[in-house]
Design a protein around this ligand. Structure first.
Ligand SMILES: [Fe+2]
Ligand SMILES: [Fe+2]
Length: 244
């Protein structure tokens, strides 16, 4: 089965529409969302509706979603992020708020494990080092494990008898999940932070056990214009131009 794996849409519907179109053109019909639907971007309701409308979807809660749902204290967020979460709260209807509030923190299927942050701290830990990968070992079973949260497309891999391996994922890069334990982060759809402003997303083929990263062009200026109209913090709009 081929899964469209994406994360950190963050209310950027312009970017998410481009990613959905990319998946549609490539015949992807199963989806895995690693959380943070809302926050930062100007169209949280449109994003929740589009994601909740996907027929074959596995999804977990992100920390921004958790703050909206009252699962995390909003005081842990910086003022810009806080403003965007409050903005999202003002835009969502009851159905969308309910969808967010019901999201699980961890999902395990026969094909993969899914969390936003890390298996041991699903809502809060940023997985950025091999030592964290090792420290999380006892908290997840089914490989691969899909993660989000850091907005960095990367992977951590461990194979018996060899040294742990980690690397950033570049566009069109394929990584095998065969005979190993591996975590994949597909990067962020709505607010990339690796210097590439294009939306980041991935496809995982569970038959071939291959994860492939893609970058998708979208109209960044359209999103920025909407953010200005919605009076979201200017810095949140500006950073989209640089993917940082
Ligand atoms: Fe995020
Ligand atoms: Fe997050």
């Amino acid at each position: 089965m081929r899964y469209g794996v994406f994360s950190d849409v963050h209310g950027n519907y312009e970017a998410f529409s481009a990613v959905l179109e990319f998946y549609r053109k490539n015949g992807v019909e199963n989806y895995v969302c690693c959380g943070d639907i809302i926050g930062y971007g100007p169209q949280p309701l449109e994003c929740v509706k589009a994601i909740s409308g996907l027929k074959k979807l596995h999804i977990v809660m992100g920390n921004h979603d958790g703050a909206l749902a009252g699962r995390i204290d909003i005081k842990w967020f910086n003022p810009n992020a806080m403003a965007a979460i409050e903005f999202a709260r003002s835009r969502l209807d009851g159905q969308a708020l309910d969808f967010i509030a019901r999201l699980p923190e961890k999902v395990e299927t026969a094909d993969f494990t899914l969390v936003h942050g890390s298996p041991r701290k699903p809502l809060t830990e940023y997985m950025l080092s091999e030592s964290q990968f090792a420290d999380n070992a006892s908290s997840w079973k089914v490989s691969p494990c899909f993660i989000g949260h850091s907005h960095m497309p990367l992977y951590f891999k461990e194979r018996e008898g060899s040294l742990p391996e980690t690397d950033f994922l570049k566009p069109m890069m394929k990584v095998s999940a065969e005979n190993c334990r591996v975590m994949f982060n597909p990067g962020s759809v709505g607010q990339p932070r690796d210097g590439d402003p294009r939306a980041s997303c991935a496809v995982y083929d569970s038959d071939k056990k291959v994860f492939e990263l893609f970058r998708v062009f979208y109209n960044v200026e359209n999103t920025q214009k909407l953010m200005g109209e919605m009076k979201l913090p200017a810095m949140l709009a500006e950073r989209l131009s640089f993917g940082f």
